[in-house]
Each structure stands twice: as structure tokens, then as C-alpha cells.
Design a protein. Structure first.
Length: 381
């Protein structure tokens, strides 16, 4: 069912489910039980994904989720968290039934192998409130048998959660997943293994095996956007684009790359479930200001622009002295010392910018770091 929502432009179709918003609470700490899922729905999530059900309980180290220091780690999380710490019996017979009548879609995450789900997939698949099943695995070798096992027990739509860690094999695994019975994709999972070290003690920040864990958050968004775009171009199947989304602009970017819905995990962890409402308000406003009748119009908008071997004749720069704050970032970042600036008073129109053309490589870094957009550039075709 679809709940009443003020965001009529944001209503989203995912398989046969109508979602009141495009945002999907991804599998993680904020989806640890029915109560937490209901809270996400109430905050604006159009769909929610349970923590991953397995036949065994995890042994999470302590601590197992941290926000690294600000050393290039803004809006990034580092974790060694495993699957659900609630038994599959409690999920199947208590938590999932408590979600009867939920708005949007309920997606249940299962993994990590076909053997893992043998005990519970049949009662799970016949549980009334479930709309979609997501298959997640740490290995490309095990996700295909997992999907096959789930498909043998249900006609519900199946999402294969894909991992950047599978490298060049990712897209061949995606194709095999479709042949095994999945209907679409969640892309991507957190990436790793990674390692953070406390420079005061020389010890890893996590006490997991080898101190290693997995990175989620803003650092992985460009990777997720790239994979979503390639999946949509190759297969044209429904995709929940997941990874590094923190703003309305991030949602638009992911949607333009081909995502039908957008998964979030780190943002509501760091900023609370009120993040959903605040971000949906901004997204709705962006659609109004950009003259889109619905978010659906944006899906895949960027794909025709992703052409191979784009070659230009360089960049054409424009400089507005009235906007310049004399921060000199454009000069500092130029590796070729091609740009110079003179002036003393920001905003009085007397600032002068010069460029030594024969030294400039048209890399574009200078204009990209100009926050007031006093220096802009466009491609010369």
C-alpha cells in the first residue's frame, strides 16, 4: 500500500510496489527490528530493508562502527558489523508480522549462502507483509546459488545486492544473477576491506580480525553512481542506487544515473531519521524549481550523455571580478603555475585574473575549486 504523502512528485514505482518516496532505508543499524523500520517509514522512507537474516547470530567486535577523524573522512563510516543480531525465528514470527499494513515496500535481506537460508526461506517467503527479497553475499561465487534457492521458494521480486569488491566480475555476476532469477539490483554494498590506524597508539581503530572493516558513506558515492549507470545501460532492470547519498542533490545524481529508488544507510545513522523529511523537502523543492512534473522524469536522464571518447578542444574560462573573494585557491591548485591574480579588495571590481595559455593544460581544477563561481569554465567542442 502507499501511505498518504505530501510529496506527490516523489512517488516511486518499484516492481509492483508504489512508494510514497524514492528513499529506501538500506540494511543496517537503523533497520535492526520492526520498531526501527516503522520509525523510518514515519520519517519518510518509501521502503525499508531489514538487517540481513542468517541461520546463525553474529559475533560483532566492540566497537564495530566508528566515524573516522576528519582526516579526509567527512560523512564516512567505518564498520566491522555483521548481520542481524536478532534470530531468524524472531524476524519471521514476530518482527515481520508486526509490520502488517506498512506503507511503501518491505524488503527483507537474506544471506549469505544457499545453505544459510534453508531453515527459514520457506516460512519467510509466505509471510504476508513482505514485498521484495534482497539477496546479499560476500562472494560472487555464492550469490548465484543463493538467488536460485530463494527463487525456488517464492514468486516475489528478488534484488541482487552487488559489491564493488567483485571488481571486473561484477557485471558478469549481475548477468548470471538475472539468469538465476533475480529481477533487479541493489548497488552497491560497502567497500573494503579497509584499515584505519590510531597514530597515537599504532593500534587499529576496530578490533576486528586484522583491524579491518568496510567503508560506507560519502567516500563511495562516485563508485556507486558509476556502477548504477553501467547496470542500467547494460540490463535496464530496476535498481536501488545505494552508497554515499547525503543530500537532495545526491539523490538527483543517483536517479539521473538510472536508479529507480535510492538507498540510504550512513546519512540517517549520522543525522537521525529526521534526515528523511528534511531531504525530501529539499528534493521536492528542487523538482519544482527545475520544472519537473515528477522524479520519474529524471530517471536515467544522464545516460545519453555518457558517451565514449569525448574529446574537446580545451576549456574556455570566464572570470567575474565582482564575485571573487581573493581566496586565491585557483592559483594555489594550478600544478602548472598558469594562473595569476592581482588585487586587494574583494568585490570592488578591480581584481584582475590572467592566464598563461601555453602553460595551461585545460585540466579544469581551478574553476572546480572556486566556491563563489567567480571563475567558471565550459568545454570548447
Amino acid at each position: 500500500m502507499i501511505d498518504e504523502s505530501p510529496y506527490t512528485k516523489l512517488r516511486t514505482q518499484l516492481f509492483d510496489c508504489e512508494l510514497p518516496s524514492p528513499l529506501v532505508l538500506a540494511s543496517g543499524p537503523r533497520s535492526h527490528n520492526a520498531a526501527s523500520l516503522i520509525e523510518a517509514y514515519k520519517s519518510g522512507a518509501g521502503a525499508v530493508v531489514t538487517k540481513t537474516l542468517r541461520s546463525m547470530l553474529p559475533t560483532n567486535p566492540t566497537p564495530h562502527i566508528i566515524k573516522p577523524s576528519s582526516r579526509g573522512s567527512y560523512n564516512t563510516l567505518f564498520n566491522a558489523e555483521e548481520w542481524s543480531d536478532i534470530s531468524w525465528e524472531q524476524w519471521v514470527y514476530e518482527e515481520i508480522p508486526a509490520l502488517e499494513g506498512h506503507p511503501g515496500a518491505l524488503i527483507v535481506s537474506v544471506g549469505h549462502t544457499a545453505q544459510d537460508i534453508e531453515k527459514f526461506i520457506e516460512p519467510l517467503a509466505t509471510s504476508g507483509p513482505i514485498d521484495i527479497i534482497e539477496c546479499v553475499s560476500y562472494s560472487g561465487d555464492t550469490i548465484i546459488p543463493l538467488i536460485t534457492a530463494v527463487r525456488s521458494k517464492t514468486d516475489l521480486p528478488i534484488l541482487a545486492k552487488l559489491s564493488f569488491n567483485w571488481g571486473d566480475e561484477l557485471f558478469s555476476i549481475a548477468e548470471a544473477a538475472l539468469k538465476a532469477g533475480c529481477d533487479g539490483f541493489t548497488a552497491i554494498d560497502s567497500i573494503g576491506p579497509a584499515l584505519y590506524i590510531d597514530i597515537e597508539t599504532g593500534c587499529p581503530l576496530l578490533v576486528s580480525e586484522g583491524g579491518r572493516g568496510w567503508i560506507s558513506g560519502a567516500a563511495i558515492k562516485p563508485l556507486a553512481v558509476s556502477i548504477v549507470a553501467e547496470l542500467k545501460k547494460r540490463f535496464g532492470k530496476p535498481i536501488i542506487g545505494t552508497g554515499g547519498v547525503f543530500s537532495a542533490e545526491d539523490i538527483i545524481e543517483m536517479t539521473m544515473a538510472g536508479a529507480d529508488a535510492v538507498g540510504v544507510c550512513s546519512a540517517p545513522i549520522l543525522y537521525g531519521n529526521e534526515w528523511f523529511t528534511k531531504t525530501l523537502d529539499k528534493l521536492d523543492q528542487w523538482l519544482d524549481e527545475s520544472d519537473y512534473a515528477s522524479l520519474e522524469e529524471v530517471v536515467g536522464y544522464a545516460l545519453p550523455n555518457l558517451c565514449p571518447n569525448q574529446i574537446s578542444s580545451g576549456l574556455e574560462f570566464e572570470f567575474d571580478p565582482l564575485l571573487c573573494t581573493l581566496c586565491r585557491r585557483c592559483v594555489v591548485v594550478c600544478p602548472y603555475n598558469a594562473r595569476q591574480i592581482s588585487g586587494d579588495v574583494p568585490g570592488d571590481g578591480t581584481i584582475r585574473m590572467s592566464l598563461t595559455s601555453e602553460m595551461c593544460r585545460s585540466c579544469g581544477l581551478c574553476s572546480s575549486v572556486c566556491k563563489p563561481q567567480a571563475l567558471t569554465s565550459k568545454i570548447i567542442q
